[in-house]
Design a protein around this ligand. Structure first.
Ligand SMILES: Cc1cc2nc3c(=O)[nH]c(=O)nc-3n(C[C@H](O)[C@H](O)[C@H](O)COP(=O)(O)OP(=O)(O)OC[C@H]3O[C@@H](n4cnc5c(N)ncnc54)[C@H](O)[C@@H]3O)c2cc1C
Length: 343
């Protein structure tokens, strides 16, 4: 089967790898359009999120698939893409501390959360007055490196198309490929082949910083309160992210930069230097589930999208699901179907 994947963010990259593993001849088209999300994301997989410390949807099902697929891509491309390290969770309000203790006592959270006596290596940089928890089984996938490695691999195979695919050209592409799969990130909301009222895209921004005197690569955990700080391999720290549902452009903004600096100041008591400021638009949908299915108006044209805030965790499992749909005739799970109803 010959497949064209339109869009090479994390969704398109992982899908290309998965379909190729099922014996497809895959080509990928992408011209690096502005506002795309994967290149600026931290790629964090966090099993326990939100103010109530709730386990991510189907985490125990999705996580092993994600780890397996990223390891395969590492092996294929000769890169090192995954780092498994825990999140140190700062707890301040009494309610927060109580909720955390309650989670630690729950049997089904035992593998994921525990109380900590201190903030480990973050201790010398921290403001005082916190309690501490640890979120285990967290990880970070190096999205920029993965995107570069997949692009290089597909280019070397002569199957990377450096151009934007317009939906008016779909018939042309269908004369060359058996299936066309759109993985366009937030631009999927404008694709008229897949009408849905489920989109609720969210721009996000992050800062890349240094803490003079502290080397990021010796840190063996991430730190989270409202914002998350992730040490990166190049010695910098990623600090993010923000959420904007209405935005005039794709550029980083002063307002969100100040917002992130204020969150950083709630946690950290040492000086920092900002060395980067990035922005992207998350392909989020109202019910926070992916969007998968065949176009109701164009046969053999599919969407694989809606990874929202969790592309790192969701893309591998749902790419395998779409592959089973295409190859084995397995129906698309109603929870991620393009045709589900908006509440
Ligand atoms: C600040 C920020 C922090 C984040 N942190 C995390 C995190 O820690 N962990 C996590 O899992 N997720 C995180 N996310 C969310 C994550 O970025 C998304 O879930 C994921 O990257 C979406 O990937 P995608 O491939 O669907 O879309 P995108 O990454 O947006 O990729 C879409 C691609 O399609 C291309 N394209 C679009 N239309 C066309 C066309 N017609 N023709 C050709 N090419 C086209 C674009 O150029 C682009 O390269 C974060 C997002 C932001 C903004």
């Amino acid at each position: 089967m010959k497949v064209l994947i339109v869009g090479q963010g994390i969704a398109g990259s992982v899908l290309a790898h998965t379909l190729s593993g099922r014996g497809c001849t895959v080509s990928i088209a992408d011209a690096g359009l502005p506002g795309s999300s994967s290149r600026f994301a931290a790629g964090i997989i966090n099993p326990v999120t939100g103010k109530r410390f709730v386990k991510s949807w189907n985490f125990d099902l999705f996580f092993p698939v994600a780890m397996r697929v990223y390891r395969e891509i590492e092996h294929l491309t000769g890169t090192s893409l995954i780092r498994q390290y825990p999140v140190v969770r700062l707890l301040s309000a009494p309610g927060e501390v109580n909720d955390w203790s309650a989670r630690c006592a729950q049997h089904d959270y035992a593998a994921h959360v525990r109380e900590l006596p201190d903030a480990r290596e973050w201790e010398p940089m921290l403001k005082t007055g916190f309690h501490f928890g640890e979120i285990s089984r967290a990880a970070r996938v190096d999205f920029p490196q993965l995107l570069d490695a997949i692009r290089k691999y597909w280019t070397a195979a002569g199957r990377f198309i450096d151009q934007t695919v317009d939906i008016s050209e779909t018939d042309h592409w269908l004369s060359e490929f058996d299936k066309v799969i759109f993985t366009e990130g937030f631009r999927g909301q404008f694709n008229e082949l897949f009408p849905t009222d489920l989109w609720r895209v969210a721009k996000g921004e992050a800062l890349i910083i240094r803490f003079p005197g502290f080397q990021a690569h010796v840190f063996s955990s991430m730190l989270k309160k409202t914002a998350i700080i992730a040490p990166l391999e190049d010695g910098t720290f990623w600090v993010g992210g923000t959420y904007q549902w209405h935005f005039p452009d794709f550029e980083p903004s002063i307002g969100e930069k100040n917002f992130l600096i204020s969150h950083l100041a709630e946690m950290i008591d040492v000086p920092h230097e900002i060395v980067g400021h990035v922005a992207g638009v998350r392909p989020a949908v109202k019910d926070r589930r992916p969007l998968i299915g065949e176009s109701p108006v164009k046969k053999n044209v599919f969407i694989f999208n809606g990874m929202g805030t969790k592309g790192a965790l969701l893309a591998p499992y749902w790419a395998a699901h779409l592959a089973s749909h295409l190859f084995d005739g397995q129906p698309v799970d109603p929870e991620v179907s393009l045709f589900r109803k908006s509440n």
